[in-house]
Design a protein around this ligand. Structure first.
Ligand code: DLL
Length: 428
């Protein structure tokens, strides 16, 4: 562990620490233009901050957009050391601010995440998350430096050059999105790179949803141990939660800096341990942009039981889906991650797929997935995949098995859902 005094704190002490920090947060909210008028400190909040929390209002992404760019900043502008922005494609980005102390905390949390994956001081770590406004690149960069490891700041893109660096500089660890990890593997095949020339031991993959089936593919193709890292710009960036390499069963959520709640996305009602709902996060220590009960839009479950690694922080499940990404196909709820899990049960299929909405008498959702190798006739395979989806998810989806490398690879996050309905409607 990087900070065992915090990461393995007895849960009683952790609760007491959360209560104290939450009380301090309530005070700080008075300096936030957004919260100043919305949150009045009551006697109940003073007495027992944690018990009072579920009665306080939720904050949404729409609130952040409406108060763009500075409405949530709770410190004088000269105390803001850095700005990042969300990768959101809809409308204006969400801008987030950090003080020097926020950056310091963030570095520690990313160092914790790296150690949870297997990193040690002195290791070399190749960081292929995008640098710039996106939090992935600079966030993990600081974590690698904080740990005392060597950072290779590769950023995204230029895949062939990255493969060359991975062979020549012999890093121990790799940080990137799971889809980019697979693209590196594909490019290695094209370049004829012998995997025994790779020195990679672990990978820290996140920023987009992926499944255990995808983990197995990545581990087999890159010969490393893969862990999941979670975070979001609004709350900090990467380093909110991470799996430990010992268990790989849920992501330890750094509860000394965040209070996590799981709520029913429709009613906002707080759910119990083990129940699936929307993750809501409160930042306990952030200075520049504290957030109270922020709705992440990510569907998870929380498990507070002890872990073999000794960390005491609750574990959240992988992100099971997004509140706004749930696809409703003829009344049946479908999450892309469920389709991914089924696709990857077929060894002939590559982990590159998209779910495509098409116009018709009724909207249709088609699964486009690549095969691992060129197939003469893929109809039988497509029919078997469709049958498995029907049996497991209770919904009929058309399936097309495409030739290798036909689905576009974006530089940032994988695009799993494509809407071709508007394009068709707009065609004369
Ligand atoms: O993606 C921060 C990050 C960078 C996390 C690098 C991990 C590694 P945003 O661009 O603001 O920040 O996107 C946040 O991405 O609400 C989730 O929906 C999704 N997401 C992030 N990590 C995971 C993950 C970064 N491990 C949004 N699994 C979040 C599934 C993830 N979804």
């Amino acid at each position: 562990m990087y900070q065992p005094q915090w990461e393995a704190m007895p849960r009683e002490e952790l609760r007491a620490l959360q209560a104290r920090r939450l009380g301090e947060l309530f005070q700080r909210l008075e300096a936030s233009p957004f919260y100043r008028d919305r949150v009045r400190i009551t006697e109940a909040m003073r007495r027992d901050p944690l018990a009072a929390l579920p009665d306080l209002p939720l904050t949404s992404k729409a609130d952040l957009r409406e108060h763009y760019p500075w409405g949530f900043v709770a410190v004088p502008s000269e105390s803001v050391a850095r700005i990042h922005a969300s990768s959101g494609t809809k409308g204006k980005p969400t801008v987030v601010a950090y003080t020097a102390r926020d950056l310091d905390t963030w570095s520690d949390l990313c160092a914790r995440a790296l150690v949870a994956a297997g990193a040690k001081p002195g290791h070399r770590i190749h960081n292929a998350y995008g640098y710039g406004l996106f939090t992935g690149g600079l966030g993990l960069h600081q974590g690698i430096e904080r740990l005392g490891a060597t950072v290779i700041p590769a950023s995204g893109g230029a895949t062939r050059r990255q493969v060359t660096l991975l062979v020549d500089l012999a890093p121990d660890g790799l940080c990137c999105t799971p889809s980019f990890a697979l693209m590196l593997a594909e490019t290695m095949d094209e370049m004829g790179v012998d995997r025994s020339r790779l020195s990679l031991r672990y990978g820290i993959f996140g920023a987009e949803p992926w499944t255990d089936a995808m983990r197995r593919r990545i581990e087999a193709r890159l010969h490393l141990s893969a862990v999941d890292i979670y975070g979001l710009s609004e709350v900090m960036g990467p380093g909110v939660a991470v799996e430990c390499h010992q268990a790989k069963e849920g992501l330890h959520l750094f509860e000394d800096h965040f209070v996590a709640e799981v709520v029913d996305p429709r009613t906002g009602e707080v759910l119990g341990p083990g129940e699936q709902g929307e993750l809501v996060l409160t930042t306990l220590t952030k200075e520049a942009m504290p957030l109270l009960r922020y709705r992440t839009g990510d569907l998870v479950r929380l498990d507070p039981t002890p872990c073999v690694c000794g960390r005491t922080h609750s574990r959240m499940s992988r992100v099971l889906g997004r509140v706004d990404d749930m696809l409703i196909v003829r009344g049946v709820n479908v999450f892309p991650s469920e389709v991914e899990r089924i696709l990857l049960e077929f060894p002939l299929l590559a982990p590159n797929y998209q779910l495509v909405w098409e116009a018709g008498a009724m909207d249709r959702l088609r699964v486009e997935v690549e095969s691992q190798m060129p197939l003469e006739d893929s109809r039988d395979l497509a029919a078997r995949v469709a049958a498995r989806i029907r049996a497991e998810l209770g919904v009929t989806l058309e399936v097309s098995v495409l030739a290798p490398r036909t689905i576009p690879r974006p530089e940032g996050k994988a695009v799993r859902v494509v809407d071709r309905r508007a394009a068709v409607a707009g065609t004369p």
